[in-house]
Ligand binder design. Structure first.
Ligand code: ADP
Ligand code: MG
Length: 640
């Protein structure tokens, strides 16, 4: 997880925002302002927070020279309209005028630098130039997803000089595109189209490893049809890709991926909207004809596949949608995606244009604003404009589990004493108390920043479950965290991974931070099974939980043999296991999710060993048992 503008305090500060205002223009007029409207949430947020906002973008290819044809003036005009406020346009990038306008900015005011590609140093990622740009800000915000696949001075280099975070558009693109390759809900269907196989080889290869079904349409389909021995007439063909097409089909078979190729095609004699067309069998296209769209049977077949998918990723139109007679196939796919209940993600410039043309963009989960960038992201490449942003830090979280100790009176006494010695900025603190004490502790800690949690919850909202408490009930009294799957629950009350998984889902759904406990028993450790056991627990407990929810969980590693026995894992053992847990999370999700989730250690943490344990790099806090019962002792641990 990358830091976003929500993680920085921008009031009264200069914020340099790289946007992608590279909008299509015709005769000096903007023909499509999606990229400008896409940046508005970030800009409006910064205005509202009272930042001094310096916007930066490129436009077209002025090749490192000042060229008024590529001025951002039309963008500034459109921005003024959309924001309903003034936007100062500098008439240079890092020159006198830009600097004077920068100095004149008031809180909540916006300025736009001229086209950053007026300097050749931009595309060269020149460090001196990056530093000059950095002069304009105290923070760097990258919201230019469409330029994130380029390592240029304003998209990556500048991050060497300023704290760097993502804007909302960047966050959204990375999140949803990330889900298409890392956190998949099945059945998962990829739709590939567009002109050439050669443009999309890496993409197809990467997606083949992940999808359940691969739909191939558009111009590239004919090379596959040819590879299967079909007659494709004068349709688009890449001779030198025929063998590769065969290979890809073989790979799909090995991976168990269902491949759907067109069965019929709309063919005509010339690449033109005006020559008569007919629907023909895709394997028997007449010699003088070319296929420019998928036929009606194919449309139906593709739509059926899309209809029962949970995730659909689409890149490349199904036909020459720019011509009215050959847009029906692309439209059919867009409509099927609009109807699909699952996650629908569109990458690729022309595919996005098609969806916009059909007015269906709002029906999709994500229509990426970055053509080339979305392609590279889906190919699995690291984008420099994303990599340069700071990862979200894991603030230590120390929670005291009172178990079945303390009456309400004792709880009151504890909280009063603890409040007197507790310091807000030391670590995030949680008191995990018995159900009956929740309301009291919640009330007494109001406004202190101390988190209050329960020790267990049921996975149903309500029902005939005598003796149980549900997530909405906890929510009602303001409880914001809850232990789930504590070793004592697993051991004495028979909590299974299946039940724990349901509880975890429910807690996350209600915005209650679950503190998920995992750990091995003495026998398991002695048999050398500790890693295997914990891996199995993590995988089962997080099953089917999407990444954007998983990041909100906290994990507590509790070696069961170290609880109440006075034995402890060494700091190294504990650190190693927390690192191993993080690896499992990276496997289930990705590195960014793994690095965002906090992992506590729980097993006889006391003032004497707190410092050694809590300073290990993989350990982000502790779940404290016995030592959390006395205010003095507990607060000692917080000072680690
Ligand atoms: P994206 O930008 O979405 O990644 P591409 O750039 O790969 O998509 O491909 C888009 C182009 O493919 C469109 O201009 C479209 O006209 C062309 N195309 C699609 N089907 C055919 C076809 N059957 N014959 C020729 N060109 C096609
Ligand atoms: Mg394209």
């Amino acid at each position: 997880m990358k830091k976003t503008i929500k993680d920085i305090n921008v009031k009264g500060r200069y914020v340099f925002v790289r946007c992608d205002f590279n909008v299509p223009m015709k005769e000096g007029k903007i023909t499509d302002d999606k990229r400008i409207t896409g940046a508005l949430p970030t800009i409006e947020y910064l205005i509202e927070k009272g930042a001094k906002i310096v916007l930066c973008s490129h436009m077209g290819r002025p090749k490192g020279k000042v060229n008024p044809e590529f001025s951002l003036k039309p963008v500034a005009d459109r921005l003024r309209q959309l924001l309903g406020t003034d936007v100062l346009l500098a008439n240079d990038v890092i020159g006198e005028d830009a600097k004077a306008k920068h100095d004149s900015l008031r809180d909540g005011q916006v300025m736009l630098l001229e086209n950053v590609r007026f300097h050749k140093e931009e595309e060269e990622n020149d460090p001196e130039f990056a530093k000059e740009l950095a002069w304009f800000g105290e923070f760097y915000v990258n919201d230019a997803f469409g330029a994130a696949h380029r390592a240029h001075a304003s998209t990556a280099g500048i991050a060497d000089y300023l704290p760097a975070v993502a804007g909302f558009l960047m966050e959204k693109e990375v999140k949803y595109l990330g889900e298409a390759i890392n956190n998949i809900e099945r059945p998962y269907t990829a739709i590939m189209g567009g002109a050439k196989v050669s443009d999309k080889i890496l993409l197809i290869e990467n997606l083949l490893k992940k999808v359940d079904a691969l739909i191939i349409g558009g111009g590239m389909a004919y090379t596959f049809i040819k590879a299967l021995g079909g007659n494709i007439g004068t349709s688009l063909l890449e001779e030198n890709m025929i063998d590769l097409a065969k290979d890809l089909l073989k790979k799909a078979e090995v991976e168990g991926v269902k491949v759907l190729l067109p069965v019929d095609t709309v063919a005509t004699t010339e690449f033109s909207n005006d020559t008569p067309s007919q629907v023909v069998d895709v394997m028997k296209i007449p010699d003088n004809m070319m296929g420019l769209d998928i036929g009606p049977k194919t449309r139906q077949m593709f739509a059926d596949q899309i209809g029962h998918s949970e995730t659909v990723v689409w890149n490349g139109p199904m036909g020459v949608f720019e011509m009215s007679n050959y847009e029906a196939g692309t439209r059919a796919v867009a409509e099927a995606m609009a109807k699909c209940q699952g996650k629908t993600i569109i990458g690729g410039g022309d595919s996005a244009a098609a969806v916009n043309q059909f007015g269906l963009a709002n029906e999709m989960l994500l229509v990426s604003t970055g053509g080339g960038a979305s392609l590279e992201f889906l190919e699995g490449k690291v984008l420099p404009g994303v990599a340069c942003l700071e990862d979200r830090e894991r603030r230590p979280f120390i929670a005291g589990n009172w178990k079945m100790f303390k009456t309400i009176k004792e709880a009151e006494k504890f909280v009063e004493e603890f409040k007197a010695i507790y310091k807000k900025d030391e670590a995030e603190v949680g008191l995990i108390v018995p159900y009956l004490q929740l309301e009291t502790v919640k009330r007494l800690t109001e406004g202190t920043g101390i988190r209050v949690g329960a020790q267990n919850m049921h996975f149903e909202d309500y029902g005939a479950f005598t003796g149980e408490i549900s997530a909405p009930m906890l929510k009602e009294i303001g409880v914001d965290c809850c232990i789930i799957g504590h070793s004592e629950r697993r051991q004495y009350f028979g909590d299974t991974d299946e039940a724990i998984n349901k509880k975890l889902k429910k807690a996350l759904k209600y915005g209650i931070t679950p503190i998920l406990c995992v750990g091995e028993s003495l026998e398991q450790r002695e048999a050398g099974l500790e890693y295997e056991v914990v891996e199995k627990q993590i995988k089962a407990d997080f099953a089917w939980i999407p990444a954007e929810q998983a990041v909100n969980a906290v994990i507590a590693y509790e070696p069961i043999w170290a609880i109440g026995t006075g034995r402890t894992a060494t700091a190294e053992q504990a650190n190693e296991m927390c690192g191993a847990i993080r690896k499992v999370l990276a496997e289930c999700y990705d590195e960014s999710v793994a690095s965002a989730i906090r992992i506590q250690y729980g097993g006889s943490v006391k003032p004497a060993n707190a410092s050694e344990i809590l300073n290990q790099p993989e350990i982000d806090g502790a779940l404290v048992g016995g030592a959390s019962l006395k205010p003095e002792e507990f607060s000692q641990i917080l000072k680690f």
